[in-house]
Design a binder for this molecule. Structure first.
Ligand SMILES: [Zn+2]
Ligand SMILES: [Zn+2]
Length: 234
C-alpha cells in the first residue's frame, strides 16, 4: 500500500457514499416512494435540490480535498497491513466518541453565540425539513471547522498506537452515511435503532426547533447535559 493508494481509496469511498446520497435525495424529493416514512409531512419547494447544488458541490470538493490530503499525509502513521477486528472496532468507537463530543460543544456554541448563529450556522438551518444531501448544506467555514473533531479523535488514537487504515476508512464511510441518514427526514423501519445511537428524529427535531439535540451520533451527550428534546414542537 502506498500513500497515493490510501488517498485515492479514501476519496473513492466518499464519492460512492455521496453518489448514494445524491440518488437517495433525488428519490426523496421527486418520487412518493418514501412519502409514508416522512417525519415532517410538508412538501419540499420545487427547485430546492438545484438551488442547493453550488454549496453542496463546494463543500463536497472541500470534503474530498481534506480527506484525500489528510489520508496522504497521515500515511506514515497508518498501520496498513493488519485487520484485527477488536482494534478496528475500538478505534472506530473512539473516533466517533471524540468527534461527536467535539461536535456537541461546537454545534451548541454555534447556537449560543448569536453572531455565529446569524452569520454562519443559519445557513445550515435554512433546511427546516432536511433532505439527505443537506448534510452538505452549511457555511464553508462551519463545514471545515467540523473536521477538527475527526483530527482530535485520530490524534488521541495516535497518542498510544498507530491508526489502523481500515478503522480510518470504516469511520469515514459510516460517519458520512450517518450524516446523510440523519438529514433524510425519514423514519425507516430497522435503520438507526441501535440503543444509544441518534435516530433521524433527533437531528430532524433540531432542524425544526433550532434548539437542543446538538450531538450528531450518540444520545448520551444531550441526555447528560440536559439538552435533549424528544417531541417535535410547533
Ligand atoms: Zn443538520
Ligand atoms: Zn444547529
Amino acid at each position: 500500500m502506498t500513500a497515493e493508494k490510501v488517498a485515492i481509496g479514501t476519496v473513492l469511498l466518499l464519492v460512492i457514499s455521496n453518489l448514494f446520497g445524491f440518488i437517495y435525495s433525488y428519490v426523496v424529493l421527486n418520487t412518493s416512494f418514501f412519502k409514508s416514512y416522512r417525519i415532517q409531512q410538508q412538501e419540499y419547494k420545487p427547485g430546492l435540490f438545484k438551488s442547493r447544488m453550488p454549496l453542496f458541490l463546494f463543500n463536497f470538493i472541500t470534503l474530498l480535498a481534506f480527506s484525500g490530503f489528510g489520508a496522504y499525509f497521515l500515511f506514515d502513521f497508518l498501520d496498513t497491513s493488519s485487520f484485527v477486528w477488536y482494534v478496528v472496532a475500538g478505534q472506530v468507537l473512539i473516533a466517533f466518541l471524540v468527534d461527536d463530543l467535539f461536535f456537541y460543544f461546537y454545534h451548541r456554541y454555534l447556537h449560543q453565540n448569536k453572531f455565529l448563529l446569524k452569520h454562519i450556522h443559519s445557513i445550515h438551518h435554512r433546511a427546516t425539513k432536511p433532505f439527505p444531501l443537506e448534510y452538505l448544506y452549511a457555511h464553508p467555514l462551519e463545514w471545515m471547522m467540523g473536521t477538527i473533531g475527526v483530527a482530535l479523535g485520530f490524534g488521541l488514537i495516535l497518542s498510544f498506537m498507530e491508526i489502523n487504515l481500515y478503522a480510518f476508512w470504516i469511520f469515514g464511510l459510516l460517519r458520512n452515511l450517518h450524516e446523510i441518514h440523519i438529514h433524510s427526514d425519514l423514519k425507516l423501519p430497522g435503520i438507526s435503532n441501535f440503543p444509544g445511537l441518534s435516530k433521524t428524529e433527533h437531528h430532524d427535531i433540531h432542524h425544526s426547533k433550532l434548539n437542543g439535540n446538538y450531538a450528531s451520533t450518540f444520545l448520551i451527550w444531550d441526555t447528560l447535559l440536559k439538552t435533549s428534546f424528544k417531541k417535535k414542537q410547533a
